[in-house]
Design a protein around this ligand. Structure first.
Ligand SMILES: *Cc1c(COP(=O)(O)O)cnc(C)c1O
Length: 384
């Protein structure tokens, strides 16, 4: 069986975790939490990094920190893992769903069009004309590690006091290479960014997340809220309602070791991406989806685009066939504006997303995928 995406634990993970267990520093205090934060902060060149139990919790806290209040609206893409939208709901916010571009990311041109045509800004806030509600934030997602096109959105949102919370759960290692964002890592260009270290992501801590920001007040608030909002740790005084969202030392120890391996993981992801790409060059009706040229993308996932007419089989048939040959694949997520909890919320000109949903199947992409695994998958795609 070739799985879609599994962890690769071959570095210092054992050594660091053993140290946690030997010294009995297993919970949320301990040196590895700080080391993991510093390692990710340094790597992404963010001002501050605050560890969190998982990416979803990181998003929830980030939305709260930028000021999303019950009844506010938050602009989100329809193409994303449901956690992005759930986090909005946890804050009592209402999602407004946007279409995607060629790279599975939020369509920035359509977001700009929506902001220009359907919103108005007064007294320092922006309101949706249709609902009358305040639009507090935008959550772009760097889907599959492809950098979302944010350059134009940054100015448009700043002018309208709409905060940008980047969902960089899938894009650790991705950085812009063109324009004024050159050199900037995804997660660090908006007001606040969130990473995930779930088992299927490019690095893992089993479960884990990180909030990054250049704003020291946001960072301090993130640290405060994720550790039960303690105003006096000795007398247990709390001025606010916090969460038990701190990462443990054991998880952070795994994270420190995984960060050491990240450069090697990125190379492996890229090497396998290029292998798939060239092996599929001559296959009629199949093509590995391209990544945006304005960034160095981490190639976390390998989305395959299927031209049903030319290839002769649709996504479902192909997925079933590959499964029977021991190759695990996955389609895009069900579009979120169609999910039961969200189907009554507004969506704006969603045209591209249904097409990409039909045409896309994600291929196995684990870091430890071998050249012969790639050849096996491609052979399985070619054979009837
Ligand atoms: C994985 C993921 C999350 C959630 O992260 P967890 O650590 O699993 O809670 C959020 N958004 C996207 C786009 C993801 O892929």
């Amino acid at each position: 069986m070739i799985p879609l995406s599994v962890p690769h634990i071959k570095g210092n993970e054992w050594k660091y975790v053993k140290e946690c267990l030997d010294t009995e520093w297993v919970s949320t205090a301990g040196k590895y939490v700080g080391q993991f934060e510093e390692s990710l902060r340094e790597y992404t060149d963010a001002g501050h990094a605050v560890a969190c139990v998982n990416g979803t919790a990181a998003l929830q806290v980030a939305l709260r920190i930028v000021g999303v209040l019950p009844g506010d609206e938050v602009i989100v893409p329809t193409v994303t893992f449901v956690a992005t939208v759930n986090a909005v709901s946890y804050q009592g916010g209402a999602p407004v769903f946007m279409d995607c571009d060629d790279y599975y990311n939020i369509d920035s041109a359509k977001v700009l069009e929506f902001l220009e045509k359907q919103t108005e800004t007064r007294d320092g806030s922006t309101y949706n004309r249709a609902s009358g509600k305040r639009i507090a934030a935008l959550v772009p997602v760097h889907v599959f590690g492809n950098a979302a096109r944010l350059e134009d959105l940054l100015d448009a949102c700043r002018e309208r006091n709409i905060k940008i919370v980047e969902d960089a759960a899938e894009s650790l290692g991705t950085a812009y290479t063109e324009g004024r964002l050159t050199g900037r890592h995804t997660g660090t260009v908006g007001d606040i960014g969130c990473f995930s270290f779930n088992g299927n992501k490019i690095i893992t801590t089993g479960g884990g997340g990180m909030i990054v920001t250049d704003n020291p007040e946001y960072a301090e608030r993130a640290r405060y809220l994720t550790t039960q909002a303690k105003d006096d740790e000795v007398r247990y005084i709390h001025e606010d309602i916090g969460y038990n969202y701190r990462l443990t030392n054991v998880q952070a120890a795994i994270g420190v070791a995984q960060m050491e391996s990240l450069p090697e993981f990125l190379e492996a992801k890229r090497r396998n991406f290029l292998s798939y790409e060239s092996a599929l060059e001559d296959v009629e009706g199949l093509q590995l989806a391209t990544s945006p040229a304005y960034a160095r993308n981490n190639h976390w996932m390998y989305p395959l685009r299927i031209d049903r007419q030319a290839y002769g089989r649709d996504r479902e048939a192909l997925m079933r066939d590959l499964q029977s040959k021991g190759v695990q694949t996955r389609p895009l997520w069900q579009l979120n504006h169609l999910q039961t909890p969200f189907r009554d919320f507004q969506h704006y000109r969603i045209e591209m997303a249904p097409k990409l949903l039909e045409e896309t199947l994600n291929l196995p992409c684990s870091v430890n995928l071998t050249q012969s695994d790639v050849e096996y998958v491609v052979q399985a795609l070619v054979d009837e």
